[in-house]
Design a protein around this ligand. Sequence first.
Ligand SMILES: [Zn+2]
Length: 344
Amino acid sequence: MPVADYATYCEMLDRARKGRFAYPAVNVTSLTTANGVLKGLAESKSDGIIQVSTGGAAFASGTAVKDMVLGAMSIAEHVHRVAARYPIYVALHTDHCQADKLDTFVNPLVDETERRRAAGQPNLFNSHMFDGSALPLNQNLDIAVKLLERFKKNDLILEIEAGVVGGEEDGVKASAAAKLYTTPEDTLDVARRLNTVKGARYLLAATFGNVHGVYKPGHVKLKPSILKDCQDAVVKQFGEAARFHLVFHGGSGSELGDIHDAIDYGVVKMNVDTDMQYAFTRAIADHFFRNYDGILKVDGEVGSKKAYDPRSYLALAEAALAQRVKKAVEELRATNTTMMAVGV
Ligand SMILES: [Zn+2]
């Protein structure tokens, strides 16, 4: 199927919350990783989300060019073209964008979507994250409201973050004093401010002790019940229509019980990057160790072209990534949920 349109994406998110499952949102940085995600989703018969970070986008444009807008556009264009060959829906999303990068990442990508819409073409991306979690909440929401007004006009969904996800991603580290647990009061402010933009859609990354990267067991104390407290507070104050669609950042390495609790409390999108990176690279490492003599020209030998042709190990890496995506889909209870299957 082609990339989901706005109505389809909204329906995907609503069905997930109602049906208590979530979509994996997998970071990609290349054609091969994007293809691996599509393969895994298709084999799982699950819809899903492909996302690009600022660093991943810069990488995708080439290390000599390092243009994150160009790289993000390039990956999105590729997915628009190839997704049509897979029997599932995929949405395209951009990951963390701090306030100081809005004008060099998200805004130019929205400009491109506006240009495409004026020409009768589909949106470039379906949704973008603005990460204002380093700002005081009122400043975070001031920016979010302005973005949401523009997004609404373009059928784009905004993801925001209240509270701070620990750990490190793309070289951005959360400070030790960061607020790792969102409070119900914070989320009431989110609803109070963002729900003034009538008819707009947003996703909320509320934090409940989650961290980017993978930590050894015992180092992270997740408290998914915080998400329930936030939902209860917002529904009590503003009614059922205000119930959040939540995003789980730093999902790699989480306990299954915590993942399921988070989904039960309204998580519809779980970001998984680190686990996917490992699965991809693990397959390449395996190939290299097994074919050491063929990959290297040892002692004046000529090596084996079959072993060092990048397609040989990138195909294995693509398959390994697809397998890991299937596992994520299973953990998120999304297997066999594609809207294609139910003919929606
Ligand atoms: Zn994140």
